[in-house]
Design a protein around this ligand. Sequence first.
Ligand SMILES: Cc1cc2nc3c(=O)[nH]c(=O)nc-3n(C[C@H](O)[C@H](O)[C@H](O)COP(=O)(O)O)c2cc1C
Length: 445
Amino acid sequence: MLGWRQIWSQSSHGSHSRVEDKRILLIIGGGIAAYKCLELIRRLRERGASVRVVMTAAAQHFVTPLSVSALTNEPVFTDLFNLDDEREIGHIRLSRDADLILVAPATADLIAKMANGLANDLASSVLLASDKPPLIAPAMNPRMWLNPATQRNVRVLKADGARFIGPESGEMAERDEAGPGRLAEVPVLIEAIEEVSDARRLATTVGAAGPLHGLHVVVTSGPTHEPIDPVRYIANRSSGKQGHAIAAATAAAGARVTLITGPVNLPDPTGAETIKVETAEEMLAATERALPADIAVFCAAVADWRIAEQGTQKIKKKKGEPPPALKLVANPDILKTIAGRKKGRPDLVIGFAAETENVLQHARKKLNSKGCDWIVANDVSAESGVMGGDHNRVHLIRKDGHESWKQQSKEDVATALVEEMAREVESSKTKAAGSRSARVKLGKS
Ligand SMILES: Cc1cc2nc3c(=O)[nH]c(=O)nc-3n(C[C@H](O)[C@H](O)[C@H](O)COP(=O)(O)O)c2cc1C
């Protein structure tokens, strides 16, 4: 029988594409961004996925079913009452046959229909008949997105288990319009699809009771932003990719995961409750609120310092005066604070050390000074390409030694770290059982 470690590495991180042989149902809504779906379909097919498409009536004003069909190599489904489609496939089968349903662009209208359970066309009927929560990539004018009605609908759908990718902020197709509402870029959509595929595959292979089932894991990720004034801040180059991958991997291994993240440009990982913060102080407060936890992984690149006195108004440039001097004060040390708790310390506290030189030496010092159990050390010098990159080469340092892992994707680092956590959990269970039986033998129980 395969151990979960083997199953995991075979299922999600082999040499195959993470969406190979996946059947993706793409529901295209009637928005300007519908044209981006053509590129998305090409990229998914390149990765070995099959893509079936349902287009709303409005979507067909923006891209033609003919173009979509040419790219998918499949008929495009547009009509709820098309008898041929009903006989051959039908709206129920369309949703059941799919491994994953993506709505992109999700219009304000489609989001409203989904939130309220309407089913008056093929797209909404398929979504209502689906047995899995959809991935929703909204795209609309910022005022439509920020409208309380849309926000209410989004909250309802999130509570029902739907996962949102974006929208991103920026210039809109309409002149002089900017803000949140742009469809997430194709690579971001693909990344989210791959993550969901990994998580679902793992859940079906190892079952609901993954190796971290029943445990609560808190993960921090991303940079923090420390404001100088209302428009400026100090930040660092952390992308959050490693921390988010750890949150996704721990959730896929069955844990209840709370991810506390600084500002990043990444979709929320599947299966984790994601709490968004900006500053180090907010991150500490959110972490303390998230406790108790069995395991805590501190992967965020927390700013060591913040501005002593933040400007309440934008600091003005004054002619003839020197630039303002920024006075810094120390931020709270989140890792040390949590690792040093007398009450409610997580059983396993893992810190990350980002070093640019003498990586092992500095990391070992950090392990001792912070009071954590393990340190994952990585070289973040500019040459390493780790900050913002997709790969990482880490050393896992424990009190009694260290292991150096090969250069691998951040997802693979996350998987390997979760394996180590699972092994630790197993060994402490065994130790606990051993000491119980020893106490019984000694008549102390
Ligand atoms: C030129 C044009 C662009 C539009 N772009 C969007 C958009 O990006 N997002 C959106 O939610 N609605 C947009 N709409 C409005 C939708 O097309 C309209 O609400 C439609 O009923 C949506 O139908 P569907 O949700 O069934 O696709 C646009 C309309 C027009 C005429």
